[in-house]
Design a protein around this ligand. Structure first.
Ligand SMILES: Nc1ncnc2c1ncn2[C@@H]1O[C@H](COP(=O)(O)OP(=O)(O)OP(=O)(O)O)[C@@H](O)[C@H]1O
Ligand SMILES: [Mg+2]
Length: 303
């Protein structure tokens, strides 16, 4: 897979462009009982711990709270129960550096520190959302660009998609976009294909156990098939409804789970077929025709 474009984006984008600036911090002298209440009230699963001067001295998570609960030690101060030392990043670090930390340490929350002061928090979800926005912005610019000048007529490739890998999510869509651009397709066809690919890719990352994304370009059109192993979709008609989502809270907090993915795909492609088997997996087959659909500028566009 060609990750070049994502790689260069990750080098260009900085942590300060993606972090959440409103950070909940935990004073070091709270008890674990108070930490439990605070995390619960704020609906977060962890937070950095700060000393009297506001300097970061540790990080505490719901996991630590559960452990204290099990050991009947909720009355102890967080200072003795938090994790130290804390792995942190800085506002001017690149996103590539932050992703490397996420991969290395397998946690999903990174305090952003300027000097010793916490100025933000970064999660893999923040990165995915920002990359998705950059991708879409790009597409809008290109839609106004030059018209079709097809140079590649046939092409097929299969990309693996890993479940739950938010640090990599979007890479398949970007690789597809690059290839369709190289092939000289019209900006409108590329835009539709990438919107559909991105939604299908995210559904595999979020809802399945992983699978493969196949793209086939012929002189007639683009055929994309997202095949996954996973729980399958119980009621496909219901899943197609706008606003229907089974995404859990933690996924919604990352900005997904509006129940708009499948409806967006439907609007972007000329034909959509979903085959799903409960407990086995799902196949989403999407086709954009060059002549009688893909190049028709009057077709409803979701943007
Ligand atoms: N590959 C899949 N495997 C299992 N279930 C899926 C899959 N794709 C979609 N679903 C189910 O269909 C529902 C609707 O999907 P859709 O993409 O429209 O919304 P969403 O993913 O929940 O939210 P959004 O796409 O707006 O972030 C999902 O919540 C999920 O229950
Ligand atoms: Mg979705």
């Amino acid at each position: 897979m060609n990750n070049h474009e994502v790689g260069s984006l990750q080098e260009k984008l900085l942590v300060k462009d993606m972090m959440t600036c409103q950070v909940v911090t935990v004073p070091h002298d709270l008890t674990m009982e108070q930490v439990k209440a605070l995390l619960g009230d704020m609906a977060i699963t962890g937070a950095p711990v700060v000393d009297d001067k506001g300097r970061i001295c540790g990080i505490v998570s719901m996991f630590d709270v559960l452990k204290a609960l099990e050991e009947n030690l909720l009355s102890l101060p967080v200072a003795g129960r938090m994790s130290t030392p804390v792995i942190v990043t800085t506002p001017d670090s690149t996103v590539a550096e932050a992703i490397a930390l996420f991969r290395q340490h397998r946690f999903n929350r990174l305090p952003v520190v300027d000097g010793e002061r916490v100025v933000g928090m970064l999660t893999p979800g923040d990165i995915v959302r920002k990359l998705a926005n950059v991708l879409k912005l790009d597409l809008v610019e290109e839609a106004a660009g030059p018209q079709e000048n097809r140079t590649i007529l046939q092409w097929a490739e299969e990309f693996p998609v890993a479940a739950g890998e938010f640090g990599q999510a979007g890479e398949v869509s970007i690789a597809i976009k690059k290839k369709l651009q190289e092939a000289g397709l019209s900006p409108l066809v590329i835009k539709k294909a990438v919107i559909a690919a991105y939604e299908a890719e995210m559904n595999m990352v979020i809802h399945s156990h992983g699978g493969a994304f196949e793209v086939r370009m012929t002189p007639e059109g683009v055929l994309m098939t997202a095949r996954d192993q996973g729980p399958g979709i119980e009621d496909v008609a219901k899943a197609m409804e706008e606003g229907f989502s089974t995404a859990p809270q933690n996924i919604r907090r990352m900005g997904f789970g509006a129940g708009m993915g499948l409806p967006n795909i439907k609007r972007s492609v000329d034909s959509l077929e979903i085959t799903s088997r409960i407990g086995q997996g799902t196949e989403v087959k999407m086709v954009i025709h060059f002549q009688d659909g893909g190049l028709n500028e009057n077709k409803t566009d979701h943007q």
